[in-house]
Design a protein around this ligand. Sequence first.
Ligand code: HEC
Length: 145
Amino acid sequence: MRSLSVVCGLALVVAACSEPQSKPVVEQAPAAPVELAATVIEVPEFVVSTAAPDIAKGLEVFGLKGCTACHKVGGGRLVGPDLKGVTARRDDKWIKKMILRPDVMIKQDDVAKKLFVEHLTEMPNQNVDPQSELPFLLAYLKSVE
Ligand code: HEC
């Protein structure tokens, strides 16, 4: 009995030694660059203005920043979605994030990812200034809701 258990013990050692030291690691390419997927988008908090001069300035910024190249406001889809009513279908914080960092949003936000699948163009980061431009864009978009 004793000698049998020694043999078994040896067999176990041999079996353990013949196991590969480490299994090959199959690396899966991440769906999105990790640094973008993890980026926290800071958005300024403000009450959206309904004052006519702010709305007019928003319309001006909308043109200056090139938004009109891809978006209509009423009249249907262009390269991107029609922005009429966007303030009704999404919350302000989401819209602010999308305007400030569309590049990050289409990597980490499910709604933005879905929009990208529908439009097949990445909205580029237009370098909208969070203080001097973003509040006016929101005022304009709200005014055409
Ligand atoms: C080169 C084309 C392009 C430009 C320029 C552009 N966008 Fe976009 N935008 C898109 C596309 C395409 C989407 C859909 C998401 C995606 O595919 O990236 C989008 C999505 C959006 C959305 C979300 C719409 C929804 O239905 O939820 C908002 C808001 C928006 N853009 C605002 C702007 C504003 C404001 C500007 C100007 C500062 C701008 N965009 C400039 C192409 C553009």
